[in-house]
Design a binder for this molecule. Structure first.
Ligand SMILES: *Cc1c(COP(=O)(O)O)cnc(C)c1O
Length: 366
């Protein structure tokens, strides 16, 4: 039995008539940039995320970049973030001329450890970028308290956590800015790149509208040095067509996780922990296993694909060597990179496939 990590083709087949209708409408209108689809998607996603406003941009990476720009982050500023994330989170800080400062993670949740954040704060610290990794939210209350006490801004990277909830509310309800990604393999993906910024602050909203459009309100007059970063109508129409399915897809991910949790109990692996304060949307179902590489190889012989997110901590990457980190600086992050293994969890898996993955892991441990 083959079990892939994702099957975008199968997802497309299941909803092809919705997508075809959405595409046909855009092509007949021939309005490709900032039309009705983007506007409607912005309000729909903002609503489901508990935020006042949404701003569609070209990618989840740009969503982070423009969010930090809107907060005025630039040269001389330090921004605390995690080295256990997709590189985009770090990259945008460096691209703005600011300094990424890495705090360590909580090994149980893989998200930023509030105590480690606190130890990294200096007079230059301006903001924190926590990541809701794998679909589980960071500890928004503890991190929010730290930010408040030290007068710091927060951009919540929710690229992997659309539809997640924390302390009873959707993720966009917390703080000034959160970001989302519509990369094709995310829980709600387009047919290309796309992203969105969620905000509850009207001033930030206005600035983001300028920033994504070359710093202009559209009149050939330029208030800021801006970007060319719009979500296009074709992507927005496709994502809008998929949106009605998101709740069921999230439920399917969560029930796949429940099957794994019950079948894998008692093995010498660490199962993911869903903190009671949040609703995990399982962008990834990630176990820890000291024999990770051997397990991965074994599963491949049984047709089971797995992923390693992320194999190397960002603070030790060549691109960030100038920041001066060395092995041992972030012990939990480094240990985690050597132990994590993500199992297939996407909504299109059959029960038989999920059981086959779990049985194969049991077989590995004999
Ligand atoms: C995917 C991802 C991004 C970047 O999103 P893109 O749409 O690929 O640019 C940023 N942060 C995290 C945590 C991600 O998983």
């Amino acid at each position: 039995m083959e079990v892939p990590m994702a099957d975008i083709r199968a997802q497309h087949k299941a909803i092809k008539s919705d997508i075809d209708a959405a595409l046909k409408e855009v092509m007949e209108n021939c309005r490709f940039i900032l039309g009705e689809n983007v506007k409607l998607l912005e309000s729909q996603i903002a609503k489901l995320s508990g935020a006042k406003y949404g701003v569609g941009v070209a990618s989840g990476t740009d969503a982070l970049l423009l969010a930090l720009r809107a907060l005025g982050i630039g040269p001389g500023d330090e921004v605390i973030t995690t080295a256990f994330t997709f590189v985009a989170t770090t990259e945008v800080i460096a691209l703005l001329g600011a300094t990424p400062v890495f705090a360590d993670i909580d090994p149980e949740t893989f998200t930023l450890d509030p105590a480690s954040i606190e130890s990294k704060i200096t007079p230059k610290t301006k903001a924190i970028v926590p990541v809701h990794l794998y679909g589980q939210t960071a500890d928004v209350k503890a991190i929010g308290d730290i930010a408040k006490r030290h007068g710091l801004k927060i951009v919540w990277d929710g690229a992997q956590a659309i539809a997640a909830e924390t302390f009873g509310e959707p993720i966009g309800a917390y703080g000034d800015i959160s970001t989302l990604s519509f990369f094709p393999t995310k829980n709600l993906g387009g047919a290309g790149d796309g992203g969105m910024i969620l905000t509850n602050d009207e001033e930030i909203l206005n600035k983001l509208h300028y920033l994504r459009f070359h710093g202009s309100a559209g009149s050939y007059s330029y208030k800021y040095v801006g970007y060319c970063s719009r979500l296009d109508e074709i992507q927005a129409a496709i994502i809008r067509a998929k949106l009605p399915y998101l709740a069921a897809w999230t439920d399917a991910r969560r029930s796949n996780a429940a099957i794994y949790n019950s079948m894998l109990e008692g093995l010498p692996i660490t199962l993911p922990v869903e903190k009671p304060f949040n609703k995990h949307v399982y962008h990834q179902f990630t176990i820890r296993c000291p024999e990770r590489d051997k397990l991965k190889e074994f599963l491949a012989t049984r047709g089971v694909s797995t992923g390693i997110y992320y194999p190397a901590p960002l603070h030790l990457e060549e691109a960030y060597r100038n920041l001066g980190y060395k092995p041992g600086d972030l012990p939990e992050t480094e240990r985690t990179c050597n132990e994590v293994l993500s199992l297939p969890i996407f909504q299109g898996l059959t029960r038989e496939q999920v059981e086959h993955v779990a049985e194969s892991i049991k077989a590995f441990f004999g």
